[in-house]
Ligand binder design. Structure first.
Ligand SMILES: [Zn+2]
Length: 165
């Protein structure tokens, strides 16, 4: 699918669709896209002609950074691993990666997925710090941390079609 960033377009946020609403700028200029209080819309505060896409990408990147900040340290502790760093950037296909130096990367679009799915991606990448492959030993490790990981993998395949920026 291709995202078009029009008024009313549905965009997934933590697994639930929000309708894009373009509203006049007001208040803090820092966060120009925020979910509405009723949780149904993503308010994008732009002047006519301004780049909606840029603000929406900024929003999802910041949300993903927040998910990583709140969830990754506990899982790292549980698994007994210590990543060198964990950073977030927008990518076309990969949800995450782990370098041989122990640096983790997560896609800005992670916060478009359901929380249990993004958690699975975090656990998956952390397990690569112990097993740099997709061997049986790797999957045993993921399964011992998250027994429902195979169902979450299928859920990821279903959700990722719409999780596009
Ligand atoms: Zn992997």
């Amino acid at each position: 699918m291709k995202r078009l960033y029009y008024e009313g377009e549905l965009i997934p946020y933590r697994g639930k669709p929000l309708a894009i609403r373009i509203v006049p700028p007001q208040g803090s200029p820092f966060r120009l896209a925020t979910p509405s209080e009723d949780g149904l819309s993503l308010l994008v505060r732009v002047r006519p002609g301004e780049d909606i896409k840029k603000h929406v990408i900024f929003f999802f990147t910041a949300e993903t950074e927040e998910i990583i900040r709140s969830s990754l340290p506990q899982w790292a502790k549980k698994l007994g691993v210590r990543p060198v760093s964990a950073s977030v950037k927008l990518a076309k296909s990969r949800w995450g990666s782990c370098s041989s130096f122990g640096k983790l990367f997560f896609n800005s679009r992670l916060s478009m997925l359901s929380d249990d799915v993004s958690e699975y991606i975090i656990v998956h990448e952390l397990c690569h710090l112990k097993q740099m492959n997709h061997s049986k030993a790797f999957w045993d490790l993921v399964r011992s941390a998250l027994p429902g990981c195979m169902a979450l993998r299928s859920k990821l395949r279903a959700e990722e079609k719409d999780a596009v920026l």
